[in-house]
Design a protein around this ligand. Structure first.
Ligand SMILES: Cc1ncc(C[n+]2csc(CCOP(=O)(O)OP(=O)(O)O)c2C)c(N)n1
Length: 579
C-alpha cells in the first residue's frame, strides 16, 4: 500500500517536484507560495535556493532547463510580473529539461497588494496552465506539468490560490523518478531570441497551443462528471470543491488544464445541459472564451470578480438560497499591527515626530501607513519607494522632498531597491532613503536573503554588506543607526535630508520575532509617576493598554523590552526590568 500523508497544497507541490525528478528550484518568498521552497529544500537530490527576486529565480530555472534538467520556480502572483520578461520569451524558446512555474494567486487579498489573476499573464505569454483542486492534485498536476512541458516544449504554469496552498489534504506518495538529464544541443534558432529567430518561434508557439487545445479534450486532467442535466457547471481549482458541496446534483466539467481550453469538450458538455454556469475565481477567463464560441452561460453576471468564493456564495447567488450565518462563529476582526518590539515602530515614531512623509514599500513596515503611526503615504510594489521619491523630486524640485524620505525593508531593497537607488545617484537626486534593516524577510515568515549570511538550506554564505553596496552604487553618505536610538535617528534624518545629495540611513535592529533575538528585559509602568499623557500609547504597541483611570498596563507576555515606550515617556513612568 502506498504511503499517505496529510499535506498542505504547497507541501504537495514540493513533493510533486521531488517525485518528478526536479533537480533545481529557485524562488523568492511571497505569500501564499513560500512553503513550496521551504519544503523542496528538505528533499535530497534537489538544489533549492532563494533568489533575490522572481526574475532571477525564473532565469535560474531557465538555465537549469537549458542545461537539460527538470527545474522549478515558484512565486506569488505579483512575482510573476517581475518574472514576466523572461517568461514571455522562454515561452518562445521552449525547454530542454521540463520547466514549471508555480504562480500562487490570492483571491480575497489575504496578503497582497492587488488581486491579479495569473491565468491572464499565462494567456498573454501563451503558456499552458494547470490548476489543481486539492493537495493530491497539487502533487499530481505538478508532475503532469513537467510531462506536458517536455512533450509540448514549453514552460508550464501551475496556478494555485491561497485556499489551496494553505489547506491540508491526504496525498498518496510515490517514489521519485530519476529522469535522465537531456543532452545539451546548441540551437540558436531555439535559444537565442532575436527578431529573425523569434518570428519563427512565434508560429511554433501558436501551433503548440492549438495542438494542446485539441489534445486537452482527451486529457484525464479535464473530467466530466455527469449528473442531472438540468444544471451544468464548468469549474476549476478550489471552486470545484464549492460546486460539489453546494450543487451535488449538477453535472460538472472540471478543468485541470485551464489554458488552452478544450473547445470540443466544452461544446459537447454545454449541449447536454439546460443551464450552464461557469464558476471561476477572479477574472472571467473561461467564461469569455466560452461566450466567444456562442455558448450561453452564467458567470460573472451572478458571481463576483473580486474576492474568494465559498459554497455559501454559490448557494445564495446561483441557487437563490438564503444562507443564515452564525454570527457567534465568526472570527472577530483584528486590525493588522506591527508586533511589540518591532524596530520599524521606533523608526516610524521618529519620522512622525519630525512630521515627515514616507514613500513606502512592501513589507511589515507598510503598516506604518495606518493609525496611529500614519507615516507612510504611498505603497505600490516591491522596490517602488525609492523611485517614487525620485519621481516626486524630479516633478517638483528638491525642496519639495525636504519633508519626505523613502522607507524600504532589507529584503525589498535587495529585491528591486538597488536599481532604484542606482537611478537616484545616476540622475543626480538629493533624496534620503531609510533601509529598515531587521536582518530578515519578516513579512513572509523570516526567509534568508543575500544579506543574512545564510542560504535557504541554512548553510553559511557570503552576506552582502549594505553599506558597501550603497557606496558601490555611488551613495557617498551612508549612515548606520540603531533603530531604537531615537535621538540619534532623529538627528541623522534631519542632517541627511538637509544634504544636497542622495543619502542612505540604515536603521538597524533585528526583527523582534527572530529566534535569535532573545530579550532579557520587560518594560514596567510605574503608576505613581504616570501623568496619563498617553504619549506611550501613540506608537500603537499592542503590549500597552490604557486602564480605566488613564494609567497604563504593559502585558509582559507581549512586551520584549524594546524600551520605545520608555524613551517616549517624559515622566520616567516606565522602567526596564531584567527577567
Ligand atoms: C514581487 C513581490 N514578491 C514578493 C512579495 C511578497 N513580499 C511582500 S513584502 C516582502 C519582503 C519583506 O521583507 P523586508 O523588505 O525585509 O521587510 P520586513 O517585512 O522584514 O519588514 C515579500 C517577500 C511581494 N509583495 N511582491
Amino acid at each position: 500500500m502506498a504511503e499517505k500523508k496529510i499535506m498542505l497544497g504547497n507541501e504537495a507541490i514540493a513533493r510533486g517536484a521531488y517525485e518528478a525528478g526536479v533537480k533545481v528550484s529557485s524562488a523568492y518568498p511571497g505569500t501564499p507560495s513560500t512553503e513550496i521552497s521551504e519544503n523542496v529544500v528538505k528533499y535530497d537530490g534537489i538544489y533549492a535556493e532563494w533568489a533575490p527576486n522572481e526574475k532571477v529565480a525564473m532565469e535560474v530555472a531557465i538555465g537549469a532547463s537549458i542545461a537539460g534538467v527538470r527545474s522549478l520556480c515558484s512565486m506569488k502572483m505579483v512575482g510573476v510580473n517581475v518574472a514576466s520578461d523572461p517568461l514571455y520569451t522562454i515561452s518562445y524558446s521552449g525547454v530542454n529539461g521540463g520547466l514549471v512555474l508555480v504562480a500562487a494567486d490570492d483571491p480575497g487579498l489575504y496578503s497582497s497588494q492587488n488581486e491579479q489573476d495569473s491565468r491572464c499573464v499565462a494567456r498573454v505569454a501563451q503558456v499552458p496552465v494547470l490548476e489543481p483542486s486539492d493537495s493530491q492534485e497539487a502533487k499530481d498536476f505538478t508532475k503532469l506539468a513537467f510531462e506536458l512541458s517536455e512533450k509540448y516544449d514549453c514552460p508550464v504554469m501551475v496556478r494555485t490560490t491561497t485556499r489551496l496552498a494553505h489547506s491540508q489534504g491526504v496525498v498518496e506518495l510515490c517514489d521519485r523518478v530519476e529522469v535522465d538529464d537531456k543532452p545539451y544541443v546548441r540551437d540558436i534558432k531555439k535559444n537565442v531570441m532575436m527578431p529573425a529567430m523569434a518570428k519563427g518561434r512565434h508560429l511554433i508557439v501558436e501551433q503548440r497551443l492549438k495542438d494542446m487545445a485539441e489534445d486537452a479534450c482527451t486529457m484525464s486532467c479535464n473530467k466530466v462528471e455527469y449528473n442531472s442535466t438540468k444544471v451544468g457547471v464548468i469549474t476549476e481549482g478550489i471552486p470545484y470543491q464549492y460546486v460539489k458541496e453546494a450543487m451535488p446534483d449538477a453535472s460538472v466539467l472540471k478543468l485541470g488544464l485551464v489554458h488552452p481550453l478544450p473547445r470540443k469538450l466544452i461544446e459537447e458538455f454545454a449541449s447536454k445541459v439546460d443551464e450552464l454556469y461557469i464558476v471561476e475565481e477572479l477574472e472571467p477567463l473561461v467564461e469569455e472564451q466560452v461566450r466567444s464560441w456562442g455558448i450561453k452561460c452564467h458567470g460573472k453576471d451572478l458571481l463576483t470578480i473580486q474576492g474568494e468564493y465559498s459554497a455559501n456564495m454559490l448557494r445564495e447567488r446561483l441557487l437563490g438560497q438564503k444562507v443564515e450565518t452564525d454570527e457567534a462563529a465568526q472570527v472577530p476582526p483584528r486590525p493588522p499591527i506591527l508586533c511589540p518590539g518591532c524596530p520599524h515602530r521606533s523608526t516610524f515614531s521618529v519620522i512622525s515626530e519630525l512630521k515627515m512623509h514616507a514613500a513606502g514599500d512592501i513589507g511589515c513596515y507598510t503598516l506604518g501607513a495606518i493609525a496611529p503611526l500614519n507615516v507612510i503615504d504611498t505603497t505600490v510594489c516591491m522596490g517602488s519607494s525609492i523611485s517614487t521619491l525620485h519621481g516626486m523630486e524630479k516633478a517638483k524640485g528638491k525642496d519639495y522632498i525636504k519633508d519626505w524620505v523613502a522607507v524600504i525593508g532589507d529584503s525589498t531593497f535587495l529585491h528591486t531597491g538597488i536599481n532604484s537607488l542606482l537611478n537616484m545617484v545616476y540622475n543626480k537626486a538629493t533624496g534620503t532613503v531609510i533601509i529598515l534593516d531587521n536582518s530578515t524577510t519578516g513579512m513572509t515568515g523570516h526567509q534568508e536573503h543575500a544579506a543574512t549570511g545564510k542560504t535557504l538550506a541554512g548553510e553559511a554564505t557570503y552576506a552582502v554588506d549594505l553599506v558597501d553596496l550603497c557606496h558601490a552604487l555611488g551613495v557617498k553618505s551612508v549612515s548606520v543607526v540603531n533603530a531604537f536610538d531615537t535621538e540619534k535617528l532623529k538627528e541623522t534624518i534631519k542632517a541627511e535630508v538637509a544634504k544636497d545629495e542622495v543619502s542612505v540611513i540604515i536603521s538597524q535592529a533585528p526583527c523582534a520575532l527572530l529566534k535569535t533575538n532573545i530579550s532579557h528585559h520587560k518594560c514596567k509602568p510605574l503608576s505613581d509617576k504616570c501623568k496619563k499623557c498617553g504619549m506611550c500609547l501613540k506608537m500603537g504597541c499592542p503590549a500597552i493598554t490604557k486602564n480605566a483611570d488613564g494609567t497604563i498596563s504593559i502585558d509582559d507576555t507581549l512586551c520584549n523590552g524594546c524600551g520605545l515606550c520608555m524613551s517616549k515617556c517624559k515622566f520616567e513612568a516606565i522602567e526596564k526590568v531584567e527577567v
